[in-house]
Write a protein that binds this ligand. Structure first.
Ligand SMILES: Nc1ncnc2c1ncn2[C@@H]1O[C@H](COP(=O)(O)OP(=O)(O)OP(=O)(O)O)[C@@H](O)[C@H]1O
Ligand SMILES: [Mg+2]
Length: 328
């Protein structure tokens, strides 16, 4: 027997859950929920990390394994779903890409590299909208590919593999020189643009590899990342080592703190439009983490406000901020 979900939910298949349920009752509720919401069993199986045959067996009552254990997972899943459903009725959805002074500048820098087949570097503080703008550009523009570097893909071979994946090259050879040739064959003549996000991770050799693909094909190349991207390209105390790529950079976009004009449209999306709330958000946006921090704060504040059935206001932001930053 299991404790029923605690989350209040508008869904009729989970609203009247008694405090304790048998495995059979849980299964009955799951069946009803799947049917009401047109969710395939395979999706349920993925979301509770079980095989499709096990889920099917439990739902049909023919499972040979530990049905109680599976029912427990299913009940937790129903609870999670119910919470999401309840949240979805009161919360603003996913933040779309919003044109702001900073994201417009980033998009212009992407277009510059793309249209002129040049190299652009975009660098600056965390949470300013680089990645969301890159994603939006890639989603809405043909022949633009993005690779997000990290410590595991910093070197030539792994980076080229990621690039091949982004280009949709199937069965690409694993040897770096052959992989490079395949990539060049694929992008040559497309007038396209390759964007490396988090480019501060790239080794010098990997930077040279993407530079040489740009040289061979004249596709645009964007290197975007934190402030150290620029330092890396400059070569620090050994600028001569990086002179080949640095001398090819056609445009640099340095991003500093967010502007008020970046904060206000995001705030409006979450329903914060009064002067006191905006002043609070503009101030907090100057701290490290910038717009990412205030987006989390606004989302949380919107939940608090809707829980109290009040319009979103400064008091909710202040409470959310305190909760998110336990140290104050
Ligand atoms: N104009 C915008 N439209 C939509 N979301 C935005 C916008 N500006 C900022 N954001 C939000 O701000 C947060 C940070 O954006 P993003 O991840 O693009 O930052 P970043 O500049 O790539 O930071 P980092 O250097 O840490 O990777 C995201 O949560 C994003 O949703
Ligand atoms: Mg980013």
């Amino acid at each position: 027997m299991f404790d029923g979900p605690e989350t209040a939910t508008p869904d009729t298949t989970t609203t009247s859950t008694p405090a304790v349920l048998s495995a059979a009752e849980v299964v009955e509720r799951v069946r009803a929920y799947l049917s009401t919401n047109s969710i395939p069993q395979a999706q349920l199986a993925r979301e509770i990390d079980l095989s499709a045959s096990a889920v099917s067996g439990v739902l049909k009552g023919s499972y040979a394994g530990d049905t109680d254990e599976v029912a427990r997972k299913m009940l937790a899943w129903l609870d999670l779903r119910a919470g999401r459903g309840a949240g979805a009725t009161v919360l603003p959805g996913r933040l779309p890409w919003i044109a702001t002074p900073t994201t417009r500048a980033i998009r212009t820098a992407l277009q510059y590299a793309h249209q002129l087949g040049d190299i652009t570097v975009i660098f600056g503080g965390a949470g300013l909208g680089k990645t969301v703008t890159i994603r939006d550009y890639v989603a809405n523009t043909p022949a633009v590919w993005v690779v997000t570097a990290d410590p595991t893909t910093a070197g030539v071979g792994p980076l080229l593999e990621e690039l091949a994946l982004a280009l949709g090259l199937r069965d690409a050879p694993l040897h770096p020189a052959r992989l490079r040739r395949e990539v060049i064959r694929r992008v040559d003549g497309t007038g396209g643009c390759l964007i490396i996000d988090e480019a501060q991770h790239l080794t010098k050799a990997a930077l040279e590899a993407v530079r040489s693909i740009h040289d061979a094909t004249r596709i645009g190349l964007v290197l975007s990342g934190n402030a150290s991207v620029y330092d890396r390209l400059h070569g620090g105390s050994r600028p001569e080592d990086f002179a080949q790529i640095f001398s090819r950079v056609g445009r640099k976009l340095k991003l500093l703190a967010p502007k008020d004009g970046d904060v206000d449209p995001l705030a409006a999306f979450f329903g914060f439009t009064d002067a006191a709330a905006l002043a609070f958000l503009r101030e907090k946006a100057k701290l490290p983490g910038a717009l990412r921090q205030i987006e989390k704060c606004m989302r949380f504040a919107a939940v608090l406000a809707s829980g109290q059935q009040q319009p979103a206001a400064l008091s909710h932001l202040q409470l959310a901020w305190r909760e998110l930053n336990a140290a104050g």
